[in-house]
Design a protein around this ligand. Structure first.
Ligand code: MG
Length: 389
């Protein structure tokens, strides 16, 4: 089913939304909106921004205190959709590459934002790769459409907001004193995600276990090299209340990962190894599940499709994020009713979020009622205000 038919079907199924490209008539909650015929065209603009991390983010093979992002907006007929590209170093995108990508796009050739198939096909084919940049455009377009029809995205997709999962809160590799501080900060969260993969894995877990008995998930970020050692560690971690293991070995090491998954008492989830829908086929028997991130796969439209294909293959689905503002994190949260697990804390790890969006209540994702992605710009008294007002 193509996206236009999909939108029509889900809209009719939820009794809320009818879309007709030819007449531009919308029915939401029994109110009918008729878009005036306009000469509007899609207008794309963007602004580079740097996220400041509240703590240094220490992983098995890297450490950093900032993350570059680019905020994007698409305007049409008085409506404005927001999107975001976040570029952690391991994906190879940067301020420069995202600006280069966005600068070569000409969205003003489109005068109907509901032609999402055509628009996203044009964006996809305009340049290879550049998935975070493509995600920014996709998120902004989805936000714009939600705002035009006056509905949050989860309603357009027919998803039940009661089915959002609990989200984990990430504890990076650190000293015992800092670990205890971070566990205290994570008080509202009922699941903790622990970054392991250096030489102090057992000390990290024992420190956390000395202050909390909350369920843990662990992310090795490709840090383990020996499969026998990895299996021993997984048994040790299971005895200490760990629920699953994310990316234990190098993303290219499919043979040892498949052996580990077959012998492991805990699910093994692909993160760095999984990027786009094309990766799914090779994962059968290699991983138990996948961590979907908008910045890896190219946005909400791709992630939505991946959720259904992965579940159909019997893979567990996790929805994650990079360090991102509330814009991209709330966008991902709109899909979270489809996920088994969520790790949507990227906005909480930064000190200069320009938006407010999803809320975490008793550890569970609570989706805003606002239309589109659902975020509201905050006031920072900086250039960012002028861009997102
Ligand atoms: Mg990960």
């Amino acid at each position: 089913m193509d996206r236009r038919n999909f939108l029509r079907t889900t809209g009719i199924a939820t009794g809320g939304l009818l879309i007709s490209n030819s007449t531009k008539t919308f029915a939401t909650n029994n109110k009918f909106f008729k878009m005036k015929k306009t000469n509007s065209m899609l207008k794309l603009s963007f602004m580079p921004y740097t996220l400041q991390l509240r703590h240094a983010f220490n992983l098995a093979i890297s450490s950093r205190t900032t993350t570059p992002i680019v905020l994007v907006k698409i305007e049409f007929d008085g409506y404005c959709g927001f999107g975001e590209a976040s570029m952690p170093p391991y994906l190879g995108e940067s301020h420069e590459s995202v600006i280069r990508f966005l600068s070569q796009l000409n969205l003003s050739q489109f005068s109907d934002p509901f032609l999402t198939d055509d628009i996203l096909d044009y964006v996809e084919k305009s340049m290879k790769g550049n998935y975070a940049a493509k995600a920014a455009v996709d998120i902004a377009l989805n936000d714009l459409i939600g705002k035009i029809v006056g509905l949050p995205l989860y309603k357009i997709w027919g998803l039940n907001p009661e089915k959002t999962p609990k989200t984990s809160y990430t504890i990076g590799i650190d000293t015992p004193e800092m670990i205890k501080l971070k566990v205290n900060e994570a008080e509202p969260y009922q699941i903790l995600k622990v970054k392991l993969g250096r030489t102090n894995d057992k000390e990290m877990i024992e420190t956390i276990r000395s202050v909390t008995d909350k369920p843990l998930v662990v992310d090795i970020n490709q840090g383990w090299t020996d499969r026998l050692m990895a299996l021993d560690m997984i048994h040790w971690l299971k005895e200490r209340g760990v629920v699953f293991i994310e990316q234990p070995m190098l993303k290219t090491n499919l043979d040892d990962t498949a052996w580990l998954t077959q012998n492991s008492p805990l699910p093994i989830i692909a993160d760095e190894a999984f990027q786009t829908i094309d990766d799914l086929e090779k994962f059968k028997g290699v991983y138990t599940g996948i961590n979907i991130k908008l910045m890896k796969c190219g946005g909400l439209t791709a992630a939505h499709k991946i959720c259904y294909v992965a579940k159909n293959m019997g893979l567990k689905v996790m929805i994650g994020c990079m360090t991102e503002t509330s814009c991209a994190v709330t966008a991902a949260a709109q899909l979270s009713p489809l996920a088994d697990w969520a790790d949507l804390d990227g906005n909480l790890l930064i000190s200069n979020d320009p938006f407010s969006g999803l809320k975490i209540i008793d550890g569970k994702i609570t989706l805003p009622e606002n239309a589109g992605v659902g975020v509201v710009p905050l006031k920072h008294k900086t250039d960012i205000d002028k861009f997102i007002k």
